[in-house]
Design a protein around this ligand. Sequence first.
Ligand SMILES: O=c1ccn([C@H]2C[C@H](O)[C@@H](COP(=O)(O)O)O2)c(=O)[nH]1
Ligand SMILES: [Zn+2]
Length: 159
Amino acid sequence: MKKQDYIKWDEYFMGIALLSTERSKDPSTSVGACIVSEDNKILSVGYNGMPIGCSDDDYPWDREGNGLDTKYFYVCHAELNAILNYTGTHMKGAKIYTTLFPCNECTKAIIQKGITEIIYMCDKYADTESVIAAKRMLDSSGVKYRQYHPIGKDIVISL
Ligand SMILES: O=c1ccn([C@H]2C[C@H](O)[C@@H](COP(=O)(O)O)O2)c(=O)[nH]1
Ligand SMILES: [Zn+2]
């Protein structure tokens, strides 16, 4: 008889998005994303981080202060990184698993690449204009989104 306690696709891909957050250097919000084809093949992954050549040690991670001294002008978002990291030809009909609901800028890129479903974990910025705008664009373009609800299974990875 086959093993019964295997994880389903949602747990597998959200698990990879969650593992990707472990690469983020953001001290307040680590985000991970995993893009998956229609037939459940992983196309790309990403996390929020500074652009190539912009040292994690030289650029700010602050949330507040003078705009140029905060992270917001510099950090590349997880979903955008996952899209940019993809080396294949197309991602039409793909799904994106992300640990945080995408902002309006990531949402534009998601729509333009032909991704048709967003599975997100946390929506802590639901009340912000960015996420309200994101949902408006998703609704207009017919991109589905649904929240992932953890099943309460702990998986320990010993490294
Ligand atoms: O779509 C998104 C929105 C935000 N992020 C990243 C950008 C920042 O590194 C953090 C948010 O930091 P706060 O301190 O919570 O403001 O999340 C992202 O990757 N994708
Ligand atoms: Zn974003």
